[in-house]
Design a protein around this ligand. Structure first.
Ligand code: IMP
Ligand code: MG
Length: 180
């Protein structure tokens, strides 16, 4: 595991190489499942900012079917390590009749992704699926169906590979547990 300046309090969980392999597998699964997709109605990837930006950037390079990439922003955490229960969503998307795949960093209670799904469902997409890098099932309060999940994580605070604590640690190339 490589060292990084401020990793003293981050216990490595998934290495750069482990993540790369898993992301490649997810990309292959998505490509297989959406093999019928056409140039006329390409797969619509919707990346949930900010946490999923690195995952999405790596993942799209393993997707072998026509796709477009859009972003929306959702925030439920301030500087706290527990969800505030409030979700603010910003987007300017139009997904009617599109095959939408939401790309998220972590599904924890499920509130954020449930709110985003409800918002986009109201526009009548052709389909709506969820792809998350990490799943923390022990914390689920809002049941949701996840089509693609990278890794299951314990009920600990996770950082790295795009995922932050109070905007820090996003640049770590690995995923780890923040000691508190
Ligand atoms: P949920 O609404 O409770 O499912 O929380 C989802 C969002 O909270 C994720 O998109 C993350 O941005 C954030 N989150 C949840 N768990 C963690 C964590 O362990 N580390 C950093 N962010 C987290
Ligand atoms: Mg997030």
């Amino acid at each position: 595991m490589e060292t990084h300046e401020h990793t003293a309090f981050v216990r490595p969980l998934f290495s750069r190489e482990t993540i790369r392999k898993r992301v490649a597998e997810i990309g292959a699964s998505i490509s297989a499942d959406f093999r019928e997709i056409t140039e006329e109605n390409p797969l619509c990837l919707v990346v949930v900012l900010k946490g999923a930006f690195i995952f999405a950037a790596d993942l799209v390079r393993y997707i072998r079917v026509p796709c477009t990439i859009d972003f929306l922003s959702a925030s439920s955490y301030g500087k706290e390590m527990i969800s505030s229960g409030d979700v603010t969503i910003r987007h300017a998307l139009s997904v009617q009749s599109r095959h939408v795949l939401l790309i998220e960093d972590i599904v924890d209670t499920g509130l954020t992704i449930q709110r985003i799904s409800a918002l986009l469902s109201a526009q009548s997409p052709a389909s709506l699926g969820i792809c998350t890098l990490l799943d923390k099932p022990s914390e689920r309060k809002h049941p949701i169906r996840i089509a693609y999940s990278g890794f299951t994580v314990p009920d600990r605070f996770i950082v790295g590979y795009g995922i932050d604590h109070a905007e820090h640690f996003r640049q770590l190339p690995f995923i780890g547990i923040l000691d508190s």
